[in-house]
Design a binder for this molecule. Sequence first.
Ligand SMILES: [Fe+2]
Ligand SMILES: [Fe+2]
Length: 345
Amino acid sequence: MKQEQRSVKEVHSELGMHSVRFAKDEQGRRKEQQVLFKWPEVQKKLGEHKHIYVVDARLGSNNHTHRLWYDVIPPHTEEGQDWRTLGHRHTVEAIIYFLKGHGHSIIDGARYDWGPGDLLSVPMFSWHRHINDGDEPVLRIASTTGPLSLALGQAVYEDERYPEFWVYAQEGEDARKTLIPGGGGEIDRAKVAGSRVAELYAEEVGFAMHEEQLRRKSKVLVKQKDLLFEPTAMGRVAYVVDPRIGFQSKALGVVMAEIPSGKRSGAHRHLYDEIDLIVGGRGKVIVADKEYEFDTLDVLSIPVFQWHQYFNTGTEPLRIVAINTRLALENLGLSLTHQGELADY
Ligand SMILES: [Fe+2]
Ligand SMILES: [Fe+2]
């Protein structure tokens, strides 16, 4: 059957209206998105496969900028089984939070030992491997800006096991050592005209190299005991990963909140995506006009610009690790956070 031919006017008017309609359509998708992901369901799936995606646009999530998965590393093995030298590297930012077990990671040649409650912020495009040194399985979550990099057409994942998909690493030892996809370079300023415009252009060429130097100075490992919790409008909060405390992060940040039994956080809404991992206690969250009850190890996907507030309904302190893409949105000039009711704690 021949498709009905549509006029140029029809096709292009529709494209124009797609942009006009988008924000309102997106509001509807945010209202309908799945917020609560229960640990028992994830746990069941982890019995069948060691790596389970939880919040992920490819599984129907409305989160456009980051994702979260759970995974298990069996005792005395290395993640991926066959990672023995390089591991893998990627052009997405990554956070790993360890829930159970002990081991170490090799990141850009340096060793980091970790246990429950510790967190890694893996610098962009650094080779990394994770090894379980103990007799117990390692249980952890990871969150990355994979969806954002994919949407930008800039997601490169180079894995030791799959060299046939390498884009840069096969080009030799130098290409393998750099934290810059494709390698860095600088203009020899003595050889070019010393004009203002020449300076501006030389800065552009040197940007990646400068960025690599900053990435190599970035903090990587956060120990639970080093977190600084202080009172804020949202309650007792610690910044965990943030450029203002020594991380070379441009997209993914982490904060942790503690709410005493019977108390509540503040209410707020913001333009960035947020995924919460409940690491202690139980409670409920109000998101817009709905309520969700959660327990330890459950995951919450907070929709963009929906009011949300947390309540500790249990007897233990409620502890929440909130992984967000505030930095990505700030760098796009799109950051906006509204504070509502203040915390009671
Ligand atoms: Fe990774
Ligand atoms: Fe939030």
